[in-house]
Design a protein around this ligand. Sequence first.
Ligand SMILES: Cc1cc2nc3c(=O)[nH]c(=O)nc-3n(C[C@H](O)[C@H](O)[C@H](O)COP(=O)(O)OP(=O)(O)OC[C@H]3O[C@@H](n4cnc5c(N)ncnc54)[C@H](O)[C@@H]3O)c2cc1C
Length: 391
Amino acid sequence: MPEHEPPTGAWELPEEFRLLAETVRRFMATEVRPLEDKLEHDAAGLPPELLLPLQEKARELGLWALQTPAEYGGAGLSVLGQVVVAEEAAKCRMGAFFPAAGAFGGNPPSVLFKASPEQFERFARPIIEGRTGKAYTAISESSGGSDPARAIRCRAERRGDHYVLNGTKLWTSHALTADWGVVYARTGEQGERGGISCFVVERDTPGLSMVPIEVMNSFSPAELRFDDAEIPVGNRIGAEGAGFALASDFLVRGRILYAAGPIGIAQQALEMTVEWVKDRAVFGSRLSDKQGVQWMLADSEIELRAARLLTYQAAWNADLGRDVRVDASAAKLYATETAFRVLDRCVQLFGALGLSREMPLERWFRDLRVKRLGEGATEVQRMVVARHLLK
Ligand SMILES: Cc1cc2nc3c(=O)[nH]c(=O)nc-3n(C[C@H](O)[C@H](O)[C@H](O)COP(=O)(O)OP(=O)(O)OC[C@H]3O[C@@H](n4cnc5c(N)ncnc54)[C@H](O)[C@@H]3O)c2cc1C
């Protein structure tokens, strides 16, 4: 056996990432959480008079347009850097849907990075510069969201210099407040993967109407109805039929980022729970003295560490340019399932207080439940991993 040098240095993230995490942690503690404390429990966002000054402070720290590559005017963080930020930025009450309560806004839907320069300047630039808010991405329909290549029925028919859009999109997040969004519609045969095209649709498009949908958490998505809505050909991103091919890389990387937030939330909940059980006494001793409780805490810590390592590894490999389809699915599945399980234990250990609206726990519980379905449900991630094993 050849002799191996023992490792030098700790098993930890490189220093630049630890400093980045520390900057975000401080920003969350000093700027974000005190503002959120002024809002009602289920608030779906900060009002502009609180959000805009917060965004200014984030921009001064360079915490802006983090997912936007530097050549497009963003911070151009690596995937690992984005993961580190997302984990810390989720540690606030509305962290599951708005990292840092929306302070780090400024990224267009990723498919815009494949748009023409004119489309990019017109639609994406105002978001990166903070002149307008989030844009939406509409894929899912009533016919199903897990297998959109087969399910999408919303049709775009070309007529001269425009397309005529008919159909309905469901569950579209941020649509009610966005100036525009990206809509995937069928231009080819039903069931054909290559038959989907991607369009930018502006808010005031005649023939487009929206209806809010109530779900278990406070971020109400919308139903989008297209009734002979005319979309200029110039709003199509990429070639006709190339919609999914354009989006697929981004969808895979999006899963890695999606994994990071729930880990941050569950870690925050676990830290709160550790403090609580050290203080709470029942049956003559503190909860923390009871082995059953200690095991719940230990399992939570171990599972969160495993989720974090899977997610960092997926990000690391993505930054190396590797095929991360399996890494991303494994991270997304394990992080979202783990975070939900940990939150459930934390709620249990807090007793009735854990279910009350005095605590962020019950809100996080609902938010994390949604995470197991969004961005490719748990079963879809399993399918990706199993396909790889069996191919
Ligand atoms: C709050 C919220 C916000 C959302 N925001 C957006 C958005 O912005 N844009 C957007 O396009 N969509 C959005 N969605 C929709 C979301 O992406 C879909 O709900 C999700 O993709 C699942 O699709 P579905 O609900 O149609 O379920 P279906 O696709 O009908 O699946 C139903 C169940 O079957 C399971 N399943 C699927 N395939 C398999 C299989 N092979 N084996 C075993 N089980 C399987 C699924 O995991 C799921 O549990 C949002 C949803 C919610 C709740």
